[in-house]
Design a protein. Sequence first.
Length: 109
Amino acid sequence: MTPTEIMTAWREGSDFVKVFPCAQVGGPAYIEALKGPLPQVPLVPTGGVNLETAAAFISAGASALGVGGELVKKDAVHARRADILEDLTRRFVRIVSEARQTAERALTT
């Protein structure tokens, strides 16, 4: 969570560092603040990642997203509604893809 903990995990060989609970400590703004002094560390925010915040986390510099209950809805699982889970997955993938494309365009202009 803290920059010191993040650097410890990175130095110990982590490929990615999970930042939890990200929403409660500033959300995308916290990821952006961390990326300033730690641009080399791939951060994965979890906690508070949903369809409304996913693009902002990617735009802030997140390398990936940790999504739990917002992707695997309990009611859909209990109802055996794979179509709902597939739709949510497609929506997350589209949002992340579009946010990455936007971020890449911003870097090249």
